[in-house]
Ligand binder design. Structure first.
Ligand code: TTP
Length: 230
């Protein structure tokens, strides 16, 4: 109502001028990213920005994630350009919390997923070239800064059994080879760092274990993950 008009400028002035310490949680499909984000969401210093997967499943009523899995050659350009747009929004989102945690990043969308589609013949070269040019433009013109990557490392077999367990309808046809290929791309990017370099320090947590042990590992690494920008 009327009184709100007076509140807004004050809120603006109170906005933190410091940038939040930004943590991206990375890892294969089913590696445990959502579990990790849920765990740290409980900390009052942390704002979690979830992955915009709900948007991908409803573009004017079209489930583009499903379309991509059913016919990658036809739909992966549309799908990955929308992923790129929505991830750019995640990077740009301001936070009043000292720590901002995001699920994935523009980096893994490009270096793991787009790369995977192209390398496996599921995306034509021209589509790959256009997405790459868009990616380069965003990298030059937008703030994609990350302070820390938490890499949840899990075997493709672990990921496959978790995918089966959670039973997300779109993913039921994902073959083990797809997960193996995505796993190599994550390893190349975050561990070997040959073709693509990690944009910041990488903290590796192995998640080939049960839920309780996973929580214990998150707790062990808590102070490395929850850092404040000075
Ligand atoms: P993930 O980002 O791996 O999320 P997840 O919920 O599977 O993670 P976790 O189990 O670790 O909590 O992927 C979500 C879906 O989107 C998955 O089916 C892979 C797909 N995807 C792409 O196909 N291309 C992309 O660029 C991204 C980011 C996701």
């Amino acid at each position: 109502g009327l009184s709100l008009g007076n509140v807004q400028p004050t809120q603006k002035r109170q906005k933190r001028t410091k940038k939040p310490f930004t943590v991206a949680v990375e890892g294969n499909i089913g590696s445990g990213k959502s579990t990790c984000l849920e765990y740290f969401r409980k900390q009052k210093e942390v704002e979690v920005v979830p992955e915009p997967v709900a948007k991908w499943k409803d573009v004017k009523g079209n489930n583009t994630l499903d379309m991509m899995y059913k016919d990658a050659s036809r739909w992966s350009l549309a799908f990955q350009s929308y992923v790129q747009l929505t991830m750019a929004e995640v990077h740009r989102k301001e936070s009043d919390c000292p720590i901002k945690m995001i699920e994935r990043s523009l980096y893994s969308a490009r270096y793991c997923f787009v790369e995977n589609l192209y390398k496996n013949g599921l995306m034509p070269e021209v589509d790959y070239a256009i997405l790459s040019e868009w990616y380069n433009w965003i990298q030059e013109n937008e703030d994609m800064h990350i302070d820390l990557i938490v890499y949840l490392q899990a075997s493709p077999e672990t990921c496959q059994s978790r995918i089966k367990e959670r039973n997300r309808q779109e993913e039921q046809s994902v073959p083990i080879e797809y997960l193996q290929s995505l796993n190599s791309l994550h390893e190349n990017w975050l561990i070997k760092q040959d073709k693509f370099k990690a944009p910041c320090q990488v903290l590796v947590i192995n998640t080939d274990c049960g839920l309780d042990e996973m929580y214990k590992k998150f707790e062990t690494h808590r102070d490395k993950i929850i850092q404040m920008n000075k």
